[in-house]
Design a protein around this ligand. Structure first.
Ligand code: PLP
Length: 439
């Protein structure tokens, strides 16, 4: 972690002091996004070439062996150059020793769990985690003798209550998908420390521009890297970062399990990272303005955006996301599913897109929870939830589009924010409508 406080400036997430290994150099976070992962040496291309070669040629076996001793790749699964550059970059930005990139976020999660868990171990999933994460753990890891419990609420007491003597990993998201609930990572890390369990955090929605979970006491940080890291809806990838004692075995297991990221996707994601700091800063500011405008509209029952002044858990968001609350927000429309569908159809510039994190603002129904036990409160079934990923457009244009679409909806006086129990901070979620394939 950057130990030189003189270098901390706008865009630099706070160091909450958990003492992580030093970053390679002391530049600010924003500067490091521009340079992280670059190769050393007297000559380097400013834009790295995409190296598609999967195999290296040597004069003889002895030469190949001696090259392999240095850690250089002989073959694709050893680590291709563009993939290693991405891994170095994310490790630097997350304040980790190293990272392993994979073909998708789910591959990073699978590889991490396959490496660190054995039959008889137990995993706690914090309340509100991404539905496919829950499905993977509950539906597949249990087949191999791993116990899985979903915490009843997103708080340290509920996580502790879900733990057993064999709990090896506690898994959470910095900002939950789709509930948009900010996790108190530092409090959970403190609470589980005596148990020796590892804390793994999916940082997809926050990114290291807004939160670095390792500095809050987490042991591992994961990403669906094609979302905000890549940032342009044109690459798929995943990554897990942490200390050497965790990442080295994950890398060795990855060599055998083989969930490889390709060089083109690695290059695209690293290109996206070059603009991570300004993108997340701009998106956070725009999302706050959009959330405030939604809150003021009578067709809206509730808005969930951690940056709103009266948001639920505002104190946790302030500590965990001091540089901005991110691009993701959710809101409940009065009038239920019909109103939600009519609203999305009336939008002129904001398309319905299942995945999030790009330059373009998109809207979707959030993914359905896979089972009971997501820990989020039941909510008024007459409201339908929509999820928005705010992009880089002028927020005034977004608000104008959203407002014209909301103004077309019939407004039920019984479902105004005051009467529907909705506040800017409500934590509910619709269970009545969503397709289950959104990401
Ligand atoms: C928070 C979160 N984590 C993990 C994933 C899985 O990532 P991927 O789709 O890259 O496998 C997603 C996908 O939407 C996600 O939203």
């Amino acid at each position: 972690m950057n130990g030189n406080r003189d270098h901390v400036s706008e865009g630099e997430p706070d160091d909450h002091g958990a003492g992580h290994p030093a970053a390679p150099w002391d530049a600010t976070f924003r500067t490091r996004t521009v340079h992280a992962g670059q190769s050393d040496g007297p000559v380097r291309p400013v834009s790295a070439p995409i190296e598609f070669g999967t195999s290296y040629a040597f004069a003889d076996a002895a030469t190949a062996d001696s090259v392999a001793q240095t850690g250089a790749p002989l073959y694709a699964r050893d680590g291709m150059p563009n993939v290693r550059a991405l891994e170095r970059a994310v490790a630097d930005l997350e304040g980790a020793d190293d990272a392993v990139a994979t073909a998708s976020g789910m591959a990073a999660l699978s590889l991490t769990m396959l490496t660190l868990l054995s039959a008889g171990d137990h995993v706690v999933l914090n309340a509100g985690c991404y539905q496919d994460t829950v499905s993977l753990l509950e539906g597949h890891f249990t087949r191999f003798g791993v116990g899985v419990t979903v915490a009843e609420r997103n708080d340290p007491d509920a996580v502790l209550a879900a733990m057993t003597p064999t709990t090896r990993i506690v898994f959470s998201e910095t900002i939950t998908n789709p509930g948009i609930v900010v996790t108190d990572i530092a409090a959970i890390a403190r609470a589980l420390r005596p148990s020796g369990a590892l804390l793994a955090i999916d940082n997809t929605f926050a990114t290291p521009a807004l939160c670095r979970p390792l500095t809050h006491g987490a042991d591992l940080v994961l990403h669906s890297a094609g979302k905000f890291l890549g940032g342009h809806h044109d690459a798929t990838g995943g990554i897990v970062a942490g200390r050497h004692d965790l990442i080295d075995p994950i890398r060795r297991a990855g060599y055998l399990f083989g969930p490889l990221l390709g060089p083109l996707d690695a290059w695209l994601i690293l290109r996206g990272i070059r603009t991570l700091a300004p993108r997340l800063s701009w998106m956070s500011a725009s999302a706050l303005r959009v959330a405030a405008a939604l809150t003021a509209h009578p067709a809206i029952c509730a808005v969930r955006y951690p940056g709103l002044p009266d948001a639920d858990r505002r104190d946790i968001a302030g500590r965990t996301l001091p540089r901005g609350s991110g691009a993701m927000l959710a809101f409940d429309l009065a009038g239920g599913t019909d109103a939600a569908v009519a609203f999305t159809q009336s939008l002129r510039t904001i398309p319905y897109v299942a995945s999030v994190g790009g330059t373009e603002t998109i809207i979707s129904f959030p993914p359905l929870p896979p089972s009971q036990g997501t820990g989020e409160p039941a909510r008024d079934h007459r409201c339908a939830t929509l999820r928005m990923s705010v992009g880089l457009e002028d927020p005034a244009d977004l608000i104008a589009d959203i407002t014209q679409a909301l103004d077309r909806l019939p407004i039920s006086p019984t479902l105004s924010p005051a009467t529907a129990g909705g506040t800017a901070a409500a934590n509910g979620r619709s269970h009545e409508t969503s397709p289950d394939h959104d990401t």
